[in-house]
Design a protein around this ligand. Structure first.
Ligand code: GCU
Length: 431
């Protein structure tokens, strides 16, 4: 199999010189391509026992479960399944939303079946004119459902929020001023006009984004008697957020207006890491979209460019499972790298988007992860990325794996949404 030598050769070309991988002192953030250390990626098509994976059945039966297990145990942590007593409660429907162009629904997912118990609230906009079930873009949001659109009909979130005065968050709570505060990140009109529904959930409904030792959020719902926090191989916050995305699909499966077989999960940044993990663990996500997800998302950890494993585990100790901290300044010992996360999504379409000024997220590392997932797509009969050249800005490339480098900063912009809509149109409808 030519995969391993090709991977190494590509990196030798990209790595002019090396610097020590692990040093007692934490390295400064590296933004210099010539200082990316040389490294060898784990080959997605060579099993732990050295067996070459050269058939689809070996991938499905042997290698994929092996890689999934490694990501669960060492990176994101293992998640529970669907709670048995979970129930759905439609809390509002307005069929004349957005000047009668949309139906707006709010649905509470009651994790214990109790209306006063732990829950997440899903906001759904769907095209008013749709006949039959519509495909869905699903994504978590950072500051509450009411921030995606200045629409007084959306319930204002009561949950804890990270501080952000500019977005109208005061004393860790949303205020009326935060309505529509993140609207620029959500191309609601374009999504609806293209015939898709948009569903979103505040990530803090699942787990507020701070390190409290996993006392709030959904984790305690699943503790064994006496358990105080997740075991080293059990879910962190990103896995809990991803778990919530799967619970939204559980709801879609019950709603005849939504096409649960055509759900595209999309996320930005920490929520892009989450979208990738959700897509890896739950095959019901038919398309997976990572927007500027960076370290612990689409970017290769071994490159140590921009944010590193040690940095992310220090700033956000709750995002990954405890075992992931073993790889702080120790990336070469990781049994996986992020190209294999993308490979877990194969043969389903996956889109990775970078932004040219977003060096912290390592755009080249995101491109390379997409590239090195390709052998798995090819093994499963799909064309993958179709190029080994990182494209110039604003030039989308790819087939079953899509990629673009948008000009500009770390954000979700209408340019990004336009590419995601094109990608979904192509893969869902052959348009
Ligand atoms: C920080 C963090 C990133 C993350 C980003 C975000 O910059 O270091 O890993 O992607 O926040 O979620 O906006």
């Amino acid at each position: 199999m030519a995969t391993a030598p090709r991977i190494i050769a590509t990196f030798l070309l990209l790595s002019v010189c090396t610097f020590p991988a692990a040093s007692a002192q934490r390295a400064e953030t590296n933004y210099d391509e010539s200082k990316v250390p040389s490294y060898t990626l784990p080959d997605p098509l060579i099993a732990e026992d050295g067996q070459v994976i050269d058939t689809a059945s070996l991938w499905w039966e042997k290698r994929r479960p092996e890689i999934l297990e490694l990501f669960e145990r060492e990176v994101y942590g293992r998640s529970p399944g669907r709670p048995e007593s979970m129930e759905f409660q439609v809390t509002s429907v307005d069929d004349q939303a957005l000047e009668s162009t949309a139906i707006r629904k709010e649905v509470s997912v009651l994790f214990t079946g109790e209306p006063d118990g732990p829950k997440m609230d899903v906001l759904i906009y769907q095209p008013a004119a749709a006949e039959g079930p519509v495909p869905v873009f699903l994504g978590l949001n950072f500051f509450g459902n009411h921030t995606i659109r200045d629409d007084p009909g959306i319930t204002l979130s009561q949950q804890w929020m990270r501080p952000n005065r500019e977005l109208g968050i005061v004393d860790n709570r949303a205020t009326e001023a935060s309505r529509g505060a993140n609207a620029s990140r959500w191309a609601v009109e374009d999504i609806l006009a293209a015939g898709y529904a948009l569903a979103t959930i505040y990530c803090g409904d699942l787990d507020p984004d701070f390190d409290d030792g996993f006392q709030n959020g959904v984790h305690p719902l699943f503790y064994r008697p006496g358990q105080q926090r997740p075991d080293p191989d059990q879910w962190g916050t990103i896995a809990a957020w991803a778990w919530g995305l799967s619970r939204a699909v559980d709801y879609f499966e019950t709603d005849p207006q939504l096409d649960a077989e055509r759900v595209a999960v999309m996320g930005h940044s920490r929520l892009g890491k989450t979208a990738l993990w959700a897509g890896a663990v739950d095959p019901r996500f038919a398309i997976v979209i990572s927007n500027n997800s960076g370290c612990g998302g689409a970017a290769l950890s071994r490159r140590r460019f921009g944010e590193t494993v040690a940095r992310i585990n220090t700033s956000f100790p709750h995002w990954f499972c405890e075992n992931f901290k073993k790889y702080n300044d120790n990336e070469d010992q990781l049994p996986v790298d992020q190209h294999q996360l993308i490979a877990l999504i194969a043969p389903r379409p996956v889109y990775v988007a970078s932004a040219s000024e977003d060096r912290w997220a390592d755009p080249r590392g995101e491109f390379l992860a997409a590239l090195h997932a390709e052998p798995v797509y090819q093994l499963l009969g799909k064309p993958g990325l179709g190029t080994d050249q990182m494209p110039p800005v604003n030039t989308p490339v790819g087939h079953t794996i899509g990629y673009h480098l948008r000009e500009g900063r770390h954000a979700v912009e209408s340019y990004d949404w336009q590419q995601y809509l094109n990608f979904a149109n192509k893969h869902f409808f052959g348009k």
